[in-house]
Design a protein around this ligand. Structure first.
Ligand code: ADP
Ligand code: MG
Length: 258
């Protein structure tokens, strides 16, 4: 049984892409078959894993375009294989055009789901790295997902943004994907020298703790974690003794244990 998880927060710079890379490779390191999907026209996930955007001809955009126009897709010709054991459906700026194509498409909310359903059986986990908006592509990600992980920057209590995100998730549950669950909230970019991370965690627990899991693992702010995207590696490969590597490893175990 494969599990599709959307890594989602409409705020940029909260660690969505970094979490997708290190959760994905963490799961692969413990033996799971993992597909990562770059659902952001900025293509940060694709670049972080070592592929330059300009060199791509087949991407999530070309595949979704085929679904929209009812043509056969080409997963084998689109999927990329990373040396650390994960597969990737890449993206580039062309994905921005899909947002507009989807508006007039039949089954516009389930285009990505239709695509992923056709390859789901080959993977234990499919992680979708969402873009920083709640537009059609993100709606497609939430419609395709079994659950959502929300990375939140530990230093900022995201009160307003969280309400908006939870409202969108509620709407998706009622109208498109009743089985969608919020897997949990992950605190990222935590400056361990301050108490702010703890304060944010406590406030989130007060507001959402009964309804939503807040992971025990907190990802610390670490220069090395920011450097990984330039070298196309996970934090485990780049600096395995780093505090962020340990934190992402613990987080991976928490996700695996449900
Ligand atoms: P998002 O996908 O939500 O926009 P990113 O994962 O791209 O967020 O992270 C935002 C920025 O912060 C990137 O430059 C990234 O390299 C950096 N970053 C991510 N995680 C960490 C961390 N634990 N410590 C320091 N920098 C980080
Ligand atoms: Mg990102």
């Amino acid at each position: 049984m494969s599990k599709v998880i959307a890594i989602c927060n409409q705020k940029g710079g909260v660690g969505k892409t970094t979490t997708t890379v290190n959760l994905g490779i963490g799961l692969a390191n413990s033996g799971s078959r993992v597909l990562l999907v770059d659902a952001d026209p900025q293509g940060d996930l694709t670049v972080s894993l070592g592929w330059a955007e300009q060199s791509l001809t087949a991407t999530l955009a070309t595949e979704m375009e085929k679904i929209i126009s009812d043509e056969a897709t080409d997963f084998k010709g689109t999927v990329l294989h990373h040396s650390e054991g994960v597969d990737l459906i890449p993206a580039d700026i062309e994905l921005a055009g899909i947002e507009a194509s989807l508006v007039n498409a039949m089954s516009r909310e389930i285009t990505l789901k239709t695509y992923l359903d056709s390859v789901k059986n080959d993977y234990d986990y499919i992680l979708i790295d969402c873009m920083p908006s709640l537009g059609m592509i993100t709606i497609n990600a939430l419609a395709a997902a079994d659950s959502v992980i929300v990375p939140v920057q530990a230093q900022y209590l995201p009160a307003k943004g969280m309400i908006q995100l939870m409202r969108t998730i509620g709407k998706i549950q009622r109208r498109i994907n009743p089985a969608l669950k919020v897997e949990g909230i992950l605190l990222t970019l935590a400056d361990m020298r301050t108490n702010l991370a703890r304060t944010t965690a406590e406030s989130l627990r007060e507001s959402y703790g009964k309804a939503i899991k807040i992971y025990d693992s907190v990802i610390p702010l670490a220069t090395k974690a920011a450097e990984t995207s330039a070298v196309g590696k996970s934090i485990y490969k780049y600096d395995r003794n780093n505090a962020a590597a340990k934190a992402y490893e613990n987080f991976t175990a928490e996700v695996q244990n449900g």
